[in-house]
Design a protein around this ligand. Structure first.
Ligand code: GLY
Length: 433
């Protein structure tokens, strides 16, 4: 088969490896916005173009005629890449434009889920003007402001984290209405966040292992928000979750897929729920319609089932006939990022990765290769995933690997450590006792 991949981050590097590993994949062709040396080495055709240019993506696909495509990042999904490829007969293991709004529009998702009585939602209201904002904020007490649109992780403002008073929150909501014409104000949840990503074929929902991401740049979950500095997963469940928490999150995704199907047609691809375990159960913070980054790295190193088979089952709608397995290991992923990231990262600087053991996987993100050397381009540079029987060993492996990098980078030493995980366990114990 000839398979097309869109995107060029570390997430797509993991996807590319999983596709290429399949005996069914003869050729991997890639449409990317920059050269990722890891993906380029796996691809028979590697085209650098604009990920926002739907006509160019369609023309690339039309010229190369892949059997199917799979899309990495959210922006082309929100721009309708799946619909534009469908017009030339190329199926995708990713959602259509209308359903990609589950990620690209916070109001779309909250309203869809509320209409279908999907559990786990907050008290919320969508505002198209400033009328009634302050009254609603007062009613909730503690609020979250969500801009309506893709904002690269910068559209969500949480009281206590990003602003202190209801008045400040309402000011943020007012600017969001001015910018996008819409904003969601919702109740703030207190608890521990986790990611549960699921393969969805329109009907069937198959979960991947639960993962915890670390969005803040600095140790102890401090500093500015980033795309995600690192992640970990356990051989079974995360230690601060019960099986019921995971089952409840799964049920929310099942009901979301069903609601989407009833209103807009079958959702195909990845539903990545950003959930939070709270005092009395699980709540949904948001959905994404693609693999998480870094979460994709944790799951792909564990995935035992052929990813091409999974993509084909998503397209055909028979995921229920596939036995999707993940190896029962712990994983810890740590990103090396350029000094100054995310606000003023150094760019154009050389990095060198040391010798690594086999139980560490390396995925390239924002790095180019010039004369055999890796050069950082300004965003998260390289992800290292330690894979082991225990979280302690996995953390040590990832830590040693990220420490081996020479160059102006930093990373979070605390991700996956017992000390940080224990704090999360104790926090949940305190709010649930
Ligand atoms: N892990 C954050 C994201 O993929 O959006």
């Amino acid at each position: 088969m000839k398979i097309m991949l869109v995107g060029n981050g570390a997430r797509e590097h993991a996807m590319a490896e999983a596709l290429k590993k399949s005996p069914k994949c003869d050729e991997l062709i890639v449409y990317a916005s920059a050269v990722n040396p890891g993906i380029r080495d796996l691809a028979s055709i590697y085209h650098v173009g604009n990920l926002g240019d739907m006509q160019a993506i369609q023309a690339f696909a039309d010229e190369n005629k892949p059997d199917f495509a799979v899309i990495g990042p959210e922006n082309p999904l929100a721009d309708g890449v799946v619909d534009i490829l469908a017009l030339i007969g190329i199926p995708c293991a990713s959602p259509t434009k209308i359903l990609a709004q589950v990620e690209s529009s916070k109001s779309f998702t909250r309203e869809l889920l509320a209409k279908h009585n999907v559990p786990g939602g907050p008290k919320f209201k969508t505002f198209t003007s400033t009328d009634g904002m302050m009254e609603f904020a007062n009613e909730l007490g503690e609020i979250v402001i969500k801009a309506d649109g893709l904002k690269g992780g910068k559209g969500v403002h949480v009281m206590g984290d990003h602003f202190e008073t209801l008045e400040d929150g309402v000011m943020i909501a007012k600017s969001a209405v001015e910018e996008d014409g819409k904003v969601v104000i919702e109740e703030k949840f207190i608890g521990q966040e986790f990611s549960l990503m699921s393969f969805v074929d329109g009907e069937n929902v198959v979960d991947m292992p639960p993962i915890q991401d670390h969005k803040r740049a600095y140790e102890g979950d401090t500093g500015p928000n980033t795309g995600g500095m690192g992640t970990y997963s356990y051989p079974k469940n995360l230690p601060f979750l019960t099986q019921k928490d995971v089952d409840d999150a799964h049920e929310i995704t099942v009901q979301t897929a069903k609601a989407g199907k009833e209103e807009y047609g079958e959702f195909k691809g990845i539903l990545y729920g950003g959930f939070i375990a709270v005092k009395d159960g699980v709540r949904l913070i948001e959905y994404n319609v693609r693999f998480g980054d870094p979460e994709a790295m944790n799951v792909f190193v564990l995935l035992e089932t052929d990813f091409v088979d999974i993509c084909q089952a998503i397209i055909k709608g028979d995921l229920n006939e596939l036995d999707i397995r993940f190896s029962k290991k712990a994983t810890v992923c740590k990103y090396a990022v350029p000094e100054g990231y995310p606000t003023s990262p150094v760019k154009g600087e050389r990095i060198k990765i040391g010798e690594l053991p086999e139980s560490v996987k390396v995925f390239y993100a924002a790095v180019n290769e010039v004369d055999g050397e890796l050069i950082m381009t300004g965003s998260r540079a390289v992800a290292f995933v330690g894979i082991a029987d225990s979280i302690e060993e996995a953390e040590q492996l990832a830590q040693k690997a990220v420490e081996s990098v020479e160059g102006p980078i930093f990373y979070r030493k605390d991700i996956g450590t017992q000390e940080l995980i224990q704090k999360k366990v104790e926090m949940m114990k305190e709010i649930r006792d």
